[in-house]
Design a protein around this ligand. Structure first.
Ligand code: KG4
Ligand code: ZN
Length: 356
């Protein structure tokens, strides 16, 4: 990619409003306004509240990103925006603003698939070469992808129900821990005994790389209720042990399915992981060990690039523009948009939007 090519990226597909300016692979600015506080009282993302907040905040984020980068809009070469998949109200806010900016400045417009943003992140952070394997794990997504090019993805498997982040968030709610659930469950798990409770390892008995997580939270609910019935409540150590057992089950399933995905891919340059759950230290360690066994380079992008951000959208936009050209003003927002059009659609739709 041209080192001086400068892209403004916009992201508003879930509960983070983000804008960033990227030059080549250098992030000149990255602004993320998260909506956690707005949704806290509801125990999950409320699409209508998310959409309004995006509409209110997105132009401010763009101004901030340009100021932080020390650039004027006229110095931007292209505008990239998440055009799906996700909560449609938020995606629409982003697409409409990007179209307005493109129409006003005459700069090329690129609609980016949010999942492509995550999937191309190891190229932004580490210059990873095609083809490589990536595990996307977040609150809305869970899939293995072989990334062959900027717009060429092959899905090897995906969740058939919940995404792991969703399961972490539900578990935190069941244990009375703060949202988002991943970091709070991980923190309590550090002082827990992962062997005390036997949690299932769903779908390991079935061949292939598909995953399932909805049964895990039911198992946790049962275990919790049993302890409450026996003891009249949960001790702090019980919460630690339940958190540790649950995290270990997710880690083991993701590691074993990653082993199978690696076995299905020949000629890949390495293995990477992205999405909010990729910040889990226990998961990262397990995947690193696994890659060590196969002598395969393991790339774990920095945490700020694992969670939703607009730098990854700007980067994916620049890559798509170079190989596929720009979109025009007929670009539409898509609630569902599978990266791999050839693979059958994954089942279900999560709290955080459609699982493409
Ligand atoms: O990628 P992301 O920021 O947003 C989308 O879902 O697209 O991921 C957020 C998800 C939340 O469900 C959160 O609980 C989970 O990632 N998460 C974690 C950790 N940090 C965030 N899950 C496990 N361990 C963590 N340390
Ligand atoms: Zn995401």
């Amino acid at each position: 990619m041209d080192r001086d090519f400068t892209v403004l990226g916009l992201e508003s597909s879930c509960d983070d409003t983000a804008a960033a300016v990227l030059r080549g692979r250098t992030i000149l600015s990255s602004v993320v306004a998260d909506q956690t506080a707005l949704h806290e009282a509801y125990g999950g993302v409320v699409p209508e509240i998310a959409a309004r907040a995006h509409a209110e905040k997105l132009d401010l984020c763009v101004e901030q990103a340009l100021t932080d980068a020390g650039l004027h809009l006229s110095e931007i070469d292209a505008i990239a925006v998440t055009a799906g998949p996700g909560l449609i109200g938020g995606v629409l806010s982003g697409v409409m603003l990007a179209k307005g900016l493109s129409a006003a400045t005459g700069k090329p417009l690129v609609g980016v698939n949010h999942l492509a943003g995550h999937a191309l992140t190891p190229r932004l952070s580490d210059g990873m070469e095609f083809p490589y394997l990536i595990l996307l794990v977040s609150g809305g997504h869970c899939q293995f992808l072989r990334v062959d090019g900027p717009v060429s993805f092959h899905r090897l498997g995906s969740t058939i129900d919940d995404a792991p982040g969703e399961a972490f968030d539900k578990t935190a709610r069941l244990l009375g821990l703060a949202q988002p659930g991943g970091p709070s469950v991980e923190q309590r798990a550090r002082d827990g005994d992962e062997a005390r409770f036997a949690f299932p390892r769903p779908l390991l008995d079935r061949s292939g790389c598909d995953l399932s997580f909805s049964g895990l939270k039911t198992a946790l609910l049962r275990q919790r209720d049993q302890l409450v019935a026996e003891q009249g409540g949960l001790h702090a150590q019980d919460v630690n042990d339940l958190a540790a057992g649950f995290q270990a089950a997710i880690r083991d399933v993701l590691a074993e399915k990653s082993r199978r995905a690696i076995a299905l891919c020949s000629g890949i340059t390495g293995f990477s992981v992205a999405g909010g759950v990729a910040s889990n230290a226990s998961l990262r360690a397990a995947l690193e060990t696994l890659c060590g066994e196969y002598d395969l380079p393991f790339v774990a992008p920095p945490l700020s690039l694992c969670t939703d951000n607009a730098a990854m959208i700007a980067f994916a936009g620049a890559e798509k523009l170079a190989c596929d050209g720009a979109d025009d003003l007929t670009l539409t927002a898509r609630p569902r948009w599978p990266l791999d059009q050839a693979s059958p659609a994954a089942l279900g739709s999560g709290k955080k939007g459609a699982k493409a």
